[in-house]
Design a binder for this molecule. Structure first.
Ligand code: CA
Length: 224
């Protein structure tokens, strides 16, 4: 089980990341200020750091620079505001492995974390399968009953989320935060709309509506 340090001072974002990572099997801890983040990142207790640039006490760039100077090779994924991308590229030169711009979708962060944790480790299976559906995370190709199916980026992420939680009921809010991110209006019906799109492409019977609770990807028989 991988341990992720979340260095982020905005509670809403920290808890959004923490919830998502825990539901994907990671162990997490949050550092809310720069000095704490630096100390924890060096402790050897973590496998990867998600590092916000704007932290109180000490900014992310300074933490990163000192980590690398001290010889730490811990993978670092930077979180940055969209208008700070130029700075961030400088940050990458300073030894970060990757960056994500705010606002971000959870799946973007998760994808980067998975790639970083995979570096130097044996390659893992990148194809998710269930009920005759195969989704390749690396090539982004989707097959249903052996036929290629074209999905939009959002539909792909939605299907990926379903396949990672096969047979489980996923609440609308869960899907909204996983696929659309924390900046999305919880009252939006966008989840229902996209489940409709996805059903048309992968088969209506593959995604059940569980009344009052949400949706479930069916893994039983192939619904062709
Ligand atoms: Ca911040």
């Amino acid at each position: 089980m991988s341990r992720i340090l979340i260095a982020e001072d905005e509670p809403r974002i920290a808890s959004f990341l923490e919830k998502g990572l825990k539901s994907n099997g990671f162990t997490t801890a949050v550092a809310e200020d720069g000095n704490g983040a630096y100390y924890m990142a060096r402790s050897g207790e973590f496998d990867l750091v998600i590092l916000d640039i704007g932290l109180p006490g000490r900014d992310g760039f300074s933490i990163l620079r000192d980590l690398r100077r001290s010889g730490s090779a811990i993978p670092v994924v930077i979180l940055t505001a969209r208008d700070g991308v130029t700075d961030t590229v400088a940050g990458l030169e300073g030894g970060a492995d990757d960056y994500v711009t705010k606002p971000f979708r959870f799946e973007e962060v998760l994808a980067r974390i998975r790639v970083r944790l995979r570096d130097g480790v044996a390659p893992t299976e990148t194809v998710l399968r269930a009920g005759g559906v195969a989704l390749d995370l690396r090539t982004r190709r989707v097959q249903v009953g052996g036929r290629n199916v074209e999905l939009t980026a959002r539909e792909f992420t939605l299907l990926e989320t379903f396949l990672q939680h096969q047979g489980q009921v996923l609440a609308r809010e869960q899907l909204l935060s996983h696929v659309w991110g924390y900046d999305y209006d919880p009252g939006s019906n966008v989840v229902d709309v996209y489940v409709g799109y996805l059903r048309r492409k992968v088969g209506v019977d593959r995604i059940s509506t569980v009344r009052g609770m949400g949706y479930r990807f069916e893994v039983g028989e192939e619904a062709d």
